[in-house]
Structure formats: structure tokens, C-alpha cells
Design a protein around this ligand. Structure first.
Ligand SMILES: *Cc1c(COP(=O)(O)O)cnc(C)c1O
Length: 406
């Protein structure tokens, strides 16, 4: 073993010294990436089974997306919404069509889009539903993850995300995820929206019981509340369909999108809904300097074009079937406690006796496979949808060996 610190170690130390410690990254320092593979500063290669929390559904630097970005860099990158630009109409038209909706409100990050959906629902509640001023309520699910802003963490149930950030924004009612009766009981006259992740990602890839989303649709329709689906992580091909809501034939009133919408190149998010709902906004009532900028629109238009063909959804469904088949064998063999998920997306519960999810992630990293733990003993697997089947098979072999060896 060399005594000299490696470049990786030096860069990790320098980053630790000069950055806020709001993350605890694995000690890998990436220098380059292509498709499903990343290369570190020492030239070691790693298979990426996290895909930027689904921001990289099309892999790193997909040629179509890079070409769209580069072409736009040579034309115009930012105008602000004070003026029109020539990519905005295509972005809104194409994205609305992909969603089976009518109109788009562009933002940048996921949390901003969720904030925008909350503002949309409140404004709609006062202007259209007739809820008395400042009395609108929004029903959310326990275990949710919708981002990190102060209002969004106000309705988180995760102490790590919440503690120390009060006072919190009022107006939210929390119900257990997957419980129809609780949802029905919580929706009242002043409820303007039910906000749900169709599959809870950060909670450990929790798939609700069959019929839950359809029940949420029925309850909101009956009570005149909006159903808002946060598909920031579950959407855009991740589950084998364009949207996870489609697995139950549900069309929400509002889609909240982000992550993969920016093709892993730029942050792009959006609230997508009907004309009637988004018409509650008037000039000056909401905005964003970077939202809907030309570079973001150019990349997102290409993302939507790629999804229109259906091949990525198909890949996710097929490789997902393979992935879940293999993981089921690990459950049967007793190597892992439980597996959940849909398409190319899985939450794997490791036996706590074996070690933490973090420990499994570190052991996999040593073998060239990158995953991320969540909530102690869960390892999340969400490769880019472009991953080769042989590479996925190899990664699963590494997981099997790690769990066998300890
Ligand atoms: C990641 C995520 C967000 C927040 O997105 P950011 O871009 O990190 O702000 C919101 N909702 C869900 C479901 C997410 O997975």
C-alpha cells in the first residue's frame, strides 16, 4: 500500500474542508461518464445504478441530448420570461401532449415545481372552488419526499429533513401512505388538493397497494379537489411507462415533473395541468428567472421526443422484469429481506444483521458498482434506462457476492 494520498483522497479532503456537510457521499470522485458508466480521477470505472436519483434516465451524456444542448448553446441560452424565445412554444406544446394535458408552467428544480403546485392548488381553491381566504388545506402522505424548501419540509414526516427548520408552513394534513380509508376521511370541504408520489422513492421505493391511486382519483373527483401526482422521480420512463400513474389508468389533474426532464444536463421542472387550472395565474403572480429558458427547453424538447417513441419505457419494463426476477431469487435465498419496485427501479431491504445499506453501498463501490442507501437498511437500485443487460447482470452478480461474503 502506498503512503502517498491518492488524488481521490486529496479531492475528498479538500471538498470536506470547503463545503457544507449536508451530504455524505461515497468516496468516489468522478471525472467522466458515458451511458451507464462513470470513470473516476484514477481511471477506475463504475457502473452507475443510481442515475442521479432518476435525473439520468437516458444515461450520462446521451448523444441526442448533448447535440440538442450544444446546438442551443450556439444560438441563445437565456432571455428571461420578459421576452418570448423560439423554443418555448415547442417545449410547452410537446410536454403538455406527452402528459395528456393542456398547459405547462416551467420551473427549474423539483422542489420549486412542488412549491408551484402547492401555490396552484391554493389559488385554484380560492378562485375556483370558493374556499374561504387562507383556509385551503392540502392532503399529503406520511413518508413523502417532495424536496427541501421550508414549505415542502413543513409537510415532511422525516425528522432528518424537518428538525430545526421551523416555524413551518401550515395548511397540510398528513395521512398514512397507501391507506384509502384514511385518505377519504382526511379530504374535506377545504381540501384543495391531494399531493402524492405514485411510488414513494426516497421512502425506499414503496409501491402502494393495488387500487390506491385509482381510489385517490375517485375521492378527489367526488370531493372537487385536485389530484397532484409528483412524478419527479417515478415519471419519464422509470417504471416501464411514461408515468407511474398509468399503471392504474389514472390521469391526475396536475403532474409535477423534474429530474429526467433536464436530460441530466440542466435542471428543468414543470407543473403540467389543464388550461382551467393553470389559468388561475395572472402576470406577476408567479415566476422564475431561469424557468423555461431556451437551453432548458431545447434539452427538454429532445427528452420528450425520445419518450414519444416508447422505446425507453419498453426497455425499463423488460429490464425491470429481469431485475425483479433476479432480486426475487435473493429474497428466496434469504440474502435480502424484501424487494419492492416497478420497472427499472427497486428498493432492496438488507438484513440489518448483515449491515447497513451504507455498508452494502461501500462494498459494491469497491467492486465498481455505485448505489445509494436510504433509511438505514434499504439499497435503492435505479440504473439509467440505457443500461446494457449484460452490465445489469454483472452488477447483480456483484450484489450476490457482496451479500454472500459480508
Ligand atoms: C427529487 C425529488 C424532488 C425534489 O427535486 P429537486 O430537484 O431535488 O428539488 C421532489 N419530489 C420527488 C418525488 C423527488 O424524487
Amino acid at each position: 500500500m502506498s503512503e502517498r494520498p491518492t488524488l481521490s483522497a486529496a479531492l475528498v479532503a479538500a471538498a470536506d474542508a470547503h463545503s457544507a456537510h449536508n451530504y455524505h457521499p461515497l468516496p468516489v470522485v468522478v471525472a467522466e461518464a458515458e451511458g451507464a458508466w462513470m470513470t473516476d480521477v484514477e481511471g477506475r470505472r463504475y457502473l452507475d445504478l443510481l442515475a442521479g436519483y432518476s435525473a439520468l434516465n437516458f444515461g450520462h451524456r446521451h448523444p441526442r441530448l448533448v447535440a440538442a444542448a450544444v446546438a442551443q448553446l450556439d444560438r441563445v441560452t437565456l432571455t428571461s420570461r420578459a421576452f418570448h424565445h423560439d423554443r418555448f412554444a415547442a417545449f410547452c406544446t410537446d410536454l403538455a401532449e406527452l402528459c395528456g394535458m393542456e398547459a405547462v408552467l416551467p420551473m427549474n428544480t423539483g422542489a420549486e415545481a412542488v412549491e408551484t403546485a402547492v401555490k396552484t392548488a391554493r389559488l385554484w381553491g380560492y378562485k375556483v372552488k370558493g374556499v374561504p381566504a387562507d383556509e385551503a388545506r392540502i392532503v399529503v402522505a406520511a413518508g413523502n419526499f417532495h424536496g427541501r424548501t421550508t414549505t415542502v419540509v413543513s409537510f415532511s414526516t422525516d425528522p432528518e429533513a424537518r428538525d430545526g427548520f421551523g416555524p413551518f408552513t401550515p395548511g397540510f394534513d398528513v395521512v398514512p401512505y397507501g391507506d384509502r380509508a384514511a385518505l377519504e376521511a382526511a379530504v374535506g370541504e377545504r381540501t384543495v388538493a391531494v399531493l402524492l408520489e405514485p411510488i414513494q422513492g426516497e421512502a425506499g421505493v414503496l409501491v402502494p397497494p393495488p387500487g390506491y391511486l385509482a381510489a385517490a382519483r375517485e375521492i378527489t373527483r367526488r370531493s372537487g379537489a385536485l389530484l397532484i401526482a409528483d412524478e419527479i422521480q417515478s415519471g419519464l420512463g422509470r417504471t416501464g411507462r411514461t408515468f407511474a400513474c398509468e399503471h392504474e389508468g389514472v390521469q391526475p389533474d396536475v403532474y409535477v415533473l423534474g429530474k429526467a426532464l433536464g436530460g441530466g444536463i440542466v435542471p428543468v421542472s414543470a407543473v403540467v395541468s389543464s388550461r382551467a387550472v393553470l389559468d388561475v395565474f395572472t402576470p406577476g403572480s408567479h415566476g422564475s428567472t431561469f424557468g423555461g429558458n431556451p437551453l432548458a427547453c431545447a434539452v427538454a424538447v429532445e427528452v420528450v421526443a425520445m419518450l414519444r417513441g416508447g422505446e425507453y419505457q419498453q426497455r425499463s419494463a423488460e429490464l425491470g422484469e429481469y431485475l425483479h426476477g433476479e432480486l426475487a431469487e435473493l429474497v428466496a435465498a434469504g440474502s435480502v429481506r424484501a424487494v419492492r419496485g416497478r420497472g427499472l427501479w427497486a428498493g432492496v431491504d438488507v438484513d440489518p444483521e448483515f449491515g447497513t445499506g451504507r455498508r452494502v453501498s461501500e462494498l459494491l463501490m469497491e467492486r465498481g458498482v455505485l448505489v445509494k442507501d436510504t433509511h438505514g437498511s434499504t439499497v435503492r437500485i435505479a440504473p439509467p434506462l440505457v443500461i446494457a443487460k449484460e452490465d445489469l447482470a454483472w452488477a447483480l452478480e456483484q450484489l450476490r457476492e457482496v451479500l454472500a461474503v459480508g
